[in-house]
Write a protein that binds this ligand. Sequence first.
Ligand code: FPP
Ligand code: MG
Length: 299
Amino acid sequence: MRDFEEYIAFKALVEEHILDFLPEVDPKSSSLYEAMRYSLKSGGKRVRPVLLLAACEFAGGEAREALPYACAVEYIHTYSLIHDDLPGMDDDELRRGLPTNHKVYGEGMAVLAGDGLLTAAFETMNKDMLIYFDDPVKLKRRIRASHEISKGAGCRGMVAGQAADIEAVGRSIAGGLLDYIHLNKTAAPVVAAVKAGAFIGGAPKELLAAIETYAENLGLAFQIADDILDVTGDENELGKRTGADRARGKPTYPELYGIEASRERLDELTQTALGTLAPFYDNAEFFVKMAKYLLNRTK
Ligand code: FPP
Ligand code: MG
């Protein structure tokens, strides 16, 4: 990522504003706010909001207009990680090199910090929509963006994937179900982020369709890379325990197909993602670099 200037610039914008859209809380709720802030400020690659901002520019908009939606997407991502780490789910003690939220604030508060973040995402987007109340074109783009984000995050997207993931633990499952889990748990929020950005930027139909296919392939590739790194990665570099998937009996690509075949699939998905952007290559430099970066992470 060090030589990926555009990524660094978008990420800096996200870091600068990540707390700006959180609703003001009553001082009596300060521990709730602290728990929400702890996870929001504890690093992370900010992949989803960066993709959202980049998609907005790709579509001809200005990244800054899409910031509330980018931060909303990161609020949702952060909530999902807090809940995913809970004892009733993946039961993890370490995330991004730091103790997980419930290890610091207790399980009850971690559940609520997640709830607070998820709700804040929709408050943030609604507040932004109100600003555009008298501009039907821009308002419609924002409603579309928020609708896309709700679908990707909810029970037709990430939550559905997470539920299927829980049910699959310890069972041997078919490749089709594994793809279903990955497409929902990981790819759906990535697709939603990219489409939301493209909507806000005012993307024409052809561009929207191309970037959606790109994001679906990239999202799936992202999860396969994550699964490969769980087997081959370095704990210090990743900031979390490796080998966790296997220890938990998780269905993963490497488990089902082996490392080599997983790498091949990752390569194939990257090529497909790049192919869909071919008609837009002149402007798609960011997305081309992004796909290649992901592929190289596992090497
Ligand atoms: C790591 O993201 C996350 C994934 C690879 C996706 C796994 C999906 C979940 C944990 C969904 C959980 C959903 C619910 C509803 C609890 P990342 O590598 O971008 O992490 P970073 O933000 O630390 O960089
Ligand atoms: Mg999980």
